[in-house]
Design a protein around this ligand. Structure first.
Ligand code: ADP
Ligand code: GLC
Length: 480
């Protein structure tokens, strides 16, 4: 099949979170399975500077209609492996910035202009290159207007650009909402602005467009597919999701074994596998050294790697701040995001030096070292569409502590409820829930035989993308 993915992030080119890992791995595995895969990304500086992009060929100039003006840009393409072509939709003014979506304090005010330009650039490139796709697969709010734009562009040009469209919701909490006054920039018909169209509480929601207009809608775990039908998790779009139930499915992400595999991971000081954990001990030692943690303690090391956002349950962790010093446990946090969380965690470090450590940068190597060197990995998310680190943790023999929501509940088996097959500890998404998880983790740590079983169960599970990729192939074929 000819499959076109459209997303704002893709590992290894540009990443702020799991979207990048999911798109990078899915595109790669579909290419390996013989499909002709293209991925469209905005031409961010990080991608243009990547060594693979140096091979990008001739630029295709673009003139994009945005309301009553034309905005220029260009498209560059390179092919990092067989069957895979990356197209970069470029315009310096929009994409050559330090952050992707904001400056760390606030979102950029022109995000809607940037991503309207991006999706229009995709449509225009498909048209100019005559790239008729079997499936155009758009990911998250940044690409959500694409299914809408494609349908209108096809009508206008009398040409088929995509036989089918798929829209994947990686996180319904981010919708790409913008003021109605900017709607004319889309050049879509004004009658789309009604409540049955893209209108969302007096504004415009890009995500709503993706959900309404794609032929198929997916999200990234079966449980999240159910959760987004409820007011608690649907972020105001539960009613819209309800109109698409026949075309909605929840397909779990996998993990990319070329990137996340402890027996081959070149970012670690030592490699290891389920039958020989000596390398894991080396990684633990290196984690202690790099984070200047106290060495002579018997307790476990807890790790956490995430965006510092409310979603990730940072408040629940802070509510349990006393746990670590009281039990002489160490905690290593890698994450950046909201300043209030960075500040509160920095206070925690100051109050417990040698026990708690915080790094507020994006550091791929460090994220691997934490996954490998910690004993437990904490993910007390309030909601989690899929979540990847709990899967990485299991593969790395690091027992995940997760709240019972979304993809976390779908991928972690509680070791107390299911001693034979358990791979982690699962609790309600509350401060007391996390406390209970931390206390159960201490008990597990003091029982080496049981700990070894839980680790092995996690390490021998198959989370690879091949299963997930087959599920997407079936979905594409059904849609066609
Ligand atoms: P989300 O996409 O909601 O942020 P996921 O669990 O799906 O959550 O994916 C998060 C990804 O981002 C993981 O690969 C994780 O290791 C990575 N990550 C998050 N914060 C950092 C950081 N500060 N440095 C390196 N990697 C990070
Ligand atoms: C989103 C979600 C996360 C998911 C990722 C990849 O960022 O927050 O749960 O794992 O997308 O699908």
């Amino acid at each position: 099949m000819k499959i076109v993915h459209v997303a704002s992030e893709m590992f290894p080119y540009v990443k702020t979170g799991g979207l990048a890992d999911a798109v990078g791995a899915l595109a790669g595995v579909l290419a390996d399975r013989g499909h002709e895969v293209s991925v469209f990304l905005p031409g961010y500086r990080a991608v243009l500077d990547h060594k693979d992009a140096a091979a990008a060929g001739r630029r295709l100039p673009l003139k994009i209609e945005m309301g009553d003006m034309f905005v220029s840009g260009d498209v560059r393409a390179f092919s990092p492996r067989k069957n895979l072509t990356i197209y970069l939709v470029c315009r310096e003014e929009y994409f050559d910035r330090r952050g992707l979506y904001g400056n760390g304090e606030r979102d950029f005010e022109d995000n809607h202009h940037r991503y309207i330009f991006f999706v229009k650039g995709v449509v225009e490139t498909l048209r100019l290159l005559g790239l008729q796709a079997d499936v155009v697969h758009a990911h998250d709010w940044q690409a959500a207007l694409l299914p809408v734009m494609l349908r209108y562009a096809e009508r206008r040009h009398g040409a088929t650009l995509a036989l089918q469209t798929v829209f994947t919701i990686h996180n319904i909490a981010f919708q790409g909402i913008f003021p109605m006054g900017s709607f004319p920039r889309t050049n879509l018909p004004m009658d789309l602005l009604g409540i049955d169209g893209l209108e969302y509480y007096g504004q415009v929601s890009m995500m709503k467009g993706g959900i309404l207009f794609a032929d198929r809608v997916t999200t990234v775990s079966p449980r999240y597919a159910k959760e987004i039908q409820t007011p608690e998790f649907g972020c105001g779009l539960e009613g819209v999701v309800a109109t698409r139930l026949e075309d909605l499915s929840g397909l779990l992400n996998g993990i990319d074994p070329a990137v996340w595999n402890p027996s081959t991971d070149a970012l670690l000081p030592a490699q290891y596998g389920a039958d020989n954990l000596a390398g894991k001990a080396t990684c633990r030692g290196e984690l202690i050294r790099q984070h200047k943690l106290k060495k002579d303690l018997n307790g476990p090391i807890f790790g956490m790697v995430c965006r510092l956002a409310e979603q990730k349950g940072i408040d629940l962790l802070l509510a349990n701040a006393d746990f670590f010093a009281a039990n002489m446990c160490r905690l290593v946090v890698l994450g950046s995001g909201e300043k209030r969380f960075e500040k509160a965690l920095a206070d925690l470090v100051a109050a417990a030096p040698g026990l708690v450590s915080l790094s507020t940068r994006l550091d791929e190597g460090m994220s691997h070292l934490i996954e490998a060197g910690a004993d437990f990995f904490i993910m007390p998310s309030l909601f989690e569409p899929c979540g990847l680190n709990q899967m990485y943790s299991q593969a790395y023999g690091t027992v995940p502590l997760v709240s019972r929501v979304g993809g976390l509940a779908d991928t972690v088996i509680d070791a107390d409820e299911n001693p034979a097959n358990g791979t982690g500890l699962v609790f309600p998404p509350t401060a007391e829930g996390l406390r209970n998880g931390l206390e159960r983790a201490l008990k597990l740590y003091r029982d080496p035989t049981r700990l070894a079983t839980v680790r092995r169960n996690g390490m021998t599970r198959d989370f690879s993308w091949s299963g997930a990729a087959k599920a997407y192939e079936t979905l594409y074929q059904d849609a066609l």
